[in-house]
Design a protein around this ligand. Sequence first.
Ligand code: MRU
Length: 382
Amino acid sequence: MRVQWEGRTLDLKTVWMEPPTVRMIDQRHLPHELRIFVAESYRDVATAIREMVVRGAPAIGAAAAYGIAQAVLQGVEPEEAAEALRDTRPTGHDLFYAIEYMLREVGRGEDALKAAEAYARLDEERCRMIGQHGERLVKAGSRILTHCNAGALACVDIGTVTAPLRLAHAQGRKFLVYVDETRPRLQGARLTAWELAQEGIDHVVIADNAAGLLMQRGQIDFVLVGADRIAANGDVANKIGTYEKAVVAKENGIPFYVAAPTSTIDFALRSGKDIPIETRPEDEVLVIAGERIGPEGTRALNPAFDVTPAKYVTAFITERGIVRPRDLGTLKGPGRGGSPRPPRSSSRSASPAKGKPTKPHRPASSRRTRPDRKPTSRQRRR
Ligand code: MRU
């Protein structure tokens, strides 16, 4: 992502590796400060994920891939690092997907650093393809509601939700993005607004509870959100508050799109009921900008994600095309795409299916890929 900072133009990824360190934009300080967090070991990477230095499902996956590469370079058993990284945030699927990929690649003797770099490149490529498939939905004059941050900061670069927005903007279309502030951690007001401002995309931040009014008044043309985990039946875990937006969108006849790479789909889970929901510290709700807002002794409950049933989702925008929830299964399995194995780290690396974007609402045609490995028993338990 291109970022203007203190009069300079910087070209940054959300997470990258400068051996022996893993580096990432420290998202806790945006939009006021651009700081880089330096992880000296896989333990630092695990802390960074847990404390949301890096956040957003695909970015967490890439950070974990680099963390395992770092462990290998430092002579640590990859399973030791994997164990610590799995134990950071339970909801997003990309974390577990990336860890399994790295263990598989290292296990078969691939170079760990090259494998992690290949993983990060594939994440970017998937976002690029999501942009190509999704940009046609963003018409001149569109008014789009988004929740949380599913931008470049939530991935290695480009973003999922922001990929179609960036492309439509680059093509000269003018549109407006309503950005939910996204309590309690304000990823919308702090991160999405920052990214859109950097790009010069017209946007306005709204309080989370303003979205219903705007939808009722006909001021939103469609909702576009990311995902942390998608179950096989199309139920979607995403940032807390997403479910409410989906229900109100349906009530008002407004399309609700989910932009996500296939690495976010967990075909091992039949429905969203099985998705583990992270509960985060009470202070994220009770303390704002260092100041406690509730009386001493008042407790808070802070679930970080909710699950939107598939019936509220108009379609998924994936790197393989735009797919209705009932067709999600077409993205699974050998020869039909879906949750593809990330590329081998050699120069033969596969990249996602290239070529023309598919038509909306149809399962995309795709090249032959090998099926995903079965999840570990630990993953199934989650
Ligand atoms: O708690 P966070 O900030 O990691 O939650 C992030 C989200 O819910 C995003 O919408 C999701 O990961 C999609 S990112 C492309």
